[in-house]
Each structure stands twice: as structure tokens, then as C-alpha cells.
Design a protein around this ligand. Structure first.
Ligand SMILES: Nc1ncnc2c1ncn2[C@@H]1O[C@H](COP(=O)(O)OP(=O)(O)OP(=O)(O)O)[C@@H](O)[C@H]1O
Length: 387
């Protein structure tokens, strides 16, 4: 695979680097990389790899662009809201570097399609945002013998590592069991800054290039932690490959892909509606709440910043962490014991955790507003802010 004069000019500033050269550039050109997720991490990974001249990029994402994506998913634009994320990135790359072949997969990567998609690529980037996809990708990469470059970002922090590289550990070696679903936060719940996804996505791209160039010091068996608030990077050593790992160990139990939602404790009915942990008599619809005209307390368990964005009339803010730690003002606690109590959050997940805690641990009878403020906007007041 030769380089054209145009390619020599285009990539000259990286070809002259000692670790790359013409040979390295040809390797990049001959490579194919699958990027799973066209969001906060997928955008910087795609632009960096397209710019560097990776021959073929596969981009997989089932989702369409929303306005809440634009502060960090910088390859998408206002005019693309409502349109496909993968097509948006394909268009961006066509303008940036028309020599790169882009294969789009506008599907949800799942146990049925993962192996046949992944097998077509040399290596895989995990730019997704959920635990089920992380285990799916890990197992599929082990079964297909592909290196997995994994990143995550939340709030002001991010992490990155390379799994399944030259006899190094896989994701399951480090995390044999998934975390309880109610402890997992995503960007929608916890927030994230675009510069953080930019940093982690760029670091992932760097590792992709190093793996392709067979660089000596790939970040395998180590985890890089980035804290944007203190501008600090830390690398911690991970354990070695686990001999008894369920998927990459000596006698693996997992020899084909499994049901990852079930493995991660997400019931099929939870996929769209989130948590569903309360009895029906502990929940009310937003219409029922709107029609409730007796004296009551409405507790909003979102963070103080979210409460500042918007709130229902007379709502009292007790962020979920404070509530679960029982840090509730004593007078308010007494009042809660005497009155009807309703609990609301953004989408109706944290409010359920709060109601369970209030009912079971503090003996405060309370009810959760099903679907939270999202449901309020959709059913009661379309002018109420949604985020
Ligand atoms: N199994 C999967 N198959 C295909 N795409 C996936 C899969 N899992 C996650 N994704 C995609 O990965 C991307 C992750 O992006 P990001 O973390 O920025 O979150 P988001 O869903 O775009 O935004 P937000 O959480 O703010 O709504 C999303 O576009 C999501 O659709």
C-alpha cells in the first residue's frame, strides 16, 4: 500500500515523527478501527483517527442527535438535531479527510450482531456509556481476539485503559461482577464537561495509534485516571490477567455472547423506564399529583444545581445523597412524618430510591412521582424546562 504525493503532504507533520515514518503511516492507512458510540468520546476519537489517516473507520450508534449533546459532541451541529449521529460523523469525516472509508452501523450493538460487526475491524474503541455494552464489547473482543481501547468520562473526571492486549487483562479480569444498577451514573444524571470527554477521547485515539504502530508502551494493564478539577493524571497498575476469568481465563465459562442486560441486572421492562423498585401504592402519576389539593410536602431530590434550573411550586430541595445519608433537618423530618409526602426527581429513578429509604428506614410514608419532571413536561406543562 503506497502513499500518494497528496497523502505525503497531508500527513507530513506526523510522518516525520521518529515513531511513525512512511512505514507507520502505511500501517495506519491499512488499518480499520470500530468506534462504538458516536457521542462525547466517539466524536474526538473519530476526528483524531480520521485526521491521522486510519484507512477505515466503522462507527456504530443507534441514536439521534439531541440539543443536550451539543456542548460536548462537537462533530454534530444544530442543523443536525434529530438526525443520525453516525451519519453526522460520516459527513464530518467526508469534509475533513475524504480518503478515509467510513462504514456506519446505525444499530444498537447487542449479542446478536456484535461478533459479525467486530470481526471486520482490527481493533475496537469503547466510546459507549453503559455497563451492559462494556461487558458485551469486552466479551466480543476476547472471543474475536481484538484489542479494546476503553474510555469513560463523568462530571470532571475520566478514565482510560487498553484491554485484551498482548496477554494483558480484559475488563472482566478487573471487574468480574457488574455494579448494582442503582449505583451507576451516566452523563444525564451526573453531568459532564465537554473538555473532559475531549481529553479522554484524545487519549483513546493516541492508544489506538500506538497499538497499530506496535509501540512499546501501550497503556495495557494500567488505568489512567484524569481529574480535570485538579488537572492531575494518575496511572494505577491493574491486576494481571485472571487465570479464572469467566471469558479469557484458562477454562472460560463464557464461550458465546450472553444476555448483558440481564447480567447487569436490568430487567427488560427497565430499559426505557429506568428503575422500577416500588409497589404501585408507593407511586403516583403526575396527573394524580397535580389534582391532589390537600396539604402536603413535595421533596425534590435533584442536586442543588438542577433545582436552580427549574422546580415545581413549593418544592423543597433535599439532594438524594443528603437524603440517603439521613442529613435532613429535624424540624422538616418531623413535618414529613405528619403530612403527605411526595418525592420528585428528573426522570423518576432517584425519587424511587428516596421513597424506599424514607418508607423503610425513616418510617416516613411517601410517594414517588412516576417519570419525574420529564413526565410533568410531557403531560402537564409543555413549557416546563426539560433537560
Ligand atoms: N450498545 C450500543 N450500541 C450502539 N450505540 C451505543 C450503545 N451503547 C451506547 N451507545 C451510544 O454511545 C453514545 C455515548 O455517548 P454519550 O456518553 O456522550 O451519551 P449520550 O447518550 O449521547 O448523551 P446523554 O447521556 O447526555 O443523553 C451514545 O450516543 C449512545 O447512543
Amino acid at each position: 500500500m503506497e502513499l500518494t504525493n497528496r497523502e505525503i503532504a497531508r500527513y507530513s507533520r506526523q510522518i516525520i515523527l521518529p515513531g511513525i515514518g512512511v512505514k507507520g503511516q502505511k500501517r495506519l492507512k491499512a488499518s480499520s478501527v470500530l468506534i462504538v458510540g458516536a457521542g462525547g468520546l466517539g466524536c474526538p476519537v473519530s476526528s483524531n483517527l480520521a485526521g491521522a489517516g486510519i484507512g477505515t473507520l466503522g462507527i456504530i450508534d443507534y441514536d439521534n442527535i439531541e440539543i443536550t449533546n451539543l456542548h460536548r459532541q462537537l462533530l454534530h451541529s444544530e442543523s443536525s438535531i434529530g438526525k443520525s449521529k453516525v451519519e453526522s460523523i460520516k459527513n464530518f469525516i467526508a469534509n475533513l479527510n475524504s480518503d478515509v472509508k467510513v462504514q456506519t452501523h446505525q444499530v444498537l450493538l447487542n449479542s446478536k450482531n456484535a461478533l459479525e460487526i467486530i470481526t471486520k475491524y482490527d481493533l475496537v474503541v469503547d466510546a459507549s456509556d453503559n455497563v451492559a455494552t462494556r461487558y458485551l464489547l469486552n466479551d466480543a473482543c476476547v472471543l474475536e481476539n481484538k484489542t479494546l481501547i476503553s474510555g469513560s468520562a463523568l462530571q470532571m473526571e475520566g478514565q482510560m485503559t487498553v484491554y485484551n492486549y498482548k496477554n494483558g487483562p480484559c475488563y472482566r479480569c478487573i471487574f468480574p461482577k457488574p455494579p448494582p444498577p442503582e449505583t451507576v451514573q451516566n452523563c444525564g444524571d451526573g453531568g459532564v464537561l465537554g473538555a473532559i470527554t475531549g481529553v479522554i477521547g484524545s487519549l483513546q485515539s493516541m492508544e489506538v495509534i500506538k497499538v497499530i504502530l506496535d509501540h512499546d508502551d501501550v497503556l495495557a494493564g494500567k488505568l489512567l485516571l484524569y481529574d480535570g478539577a485538579s488537572c492531575s493524571f494518575r496511572t494505577i497498575k491493574l491486576r494481571n490477567k485472571r487465570q479464572d476469568c469467566d471469558v479469557c481465563g484458562v477454562t472460560p465459562n463464557i464461550t458465546k455472547l450472553i444476555d448483558y442486560e440481564q447480567f447487569c441486572g436490568m430487567a427488560a421492562s427497565d430499559k426505557d423506564s429506568g428503575l422500577n423498585i416500588l409497589e404501585s401504592n408507593e407511586r403516583v402519576t403526575v396527573e394524580d399529583y397535580r389534582n391532589y389539593n390537600k396539604d402536603h410536602l413535595l421533596i425534590d431530590v435533584r442536586s442543588a444545581n438542577e433545582f436552580e434550573i427549574c422546580k415545581l411550586n413549593n418544592a423543597i430541595n433535599i439532594p438524594i445523597k443528603r437524603l440517603l445519608a439521613d442529613k435532613i433537618d429535624n424540624d422538616l423530618k418531623e413535618e414529613m412524618k405528619e403530612k403527605s409526602v411526595f418525592v420528585v426527581c428528573r426522570r423518576g429513578n432517584d425519587s424511587q430510591l428516596a421513597v424506599r429509604h424514607l418508607n423503610e428506614k425513616l418510617g416516613i410514608r411517601s410517594k414517588d412521582l412516576i417519570g419525574g419532571l420529564h413526565s410533568w413536561t410531557h403531560t402537564i406543562d409543555k413549557d416546563f424546562p426539560i433537560y
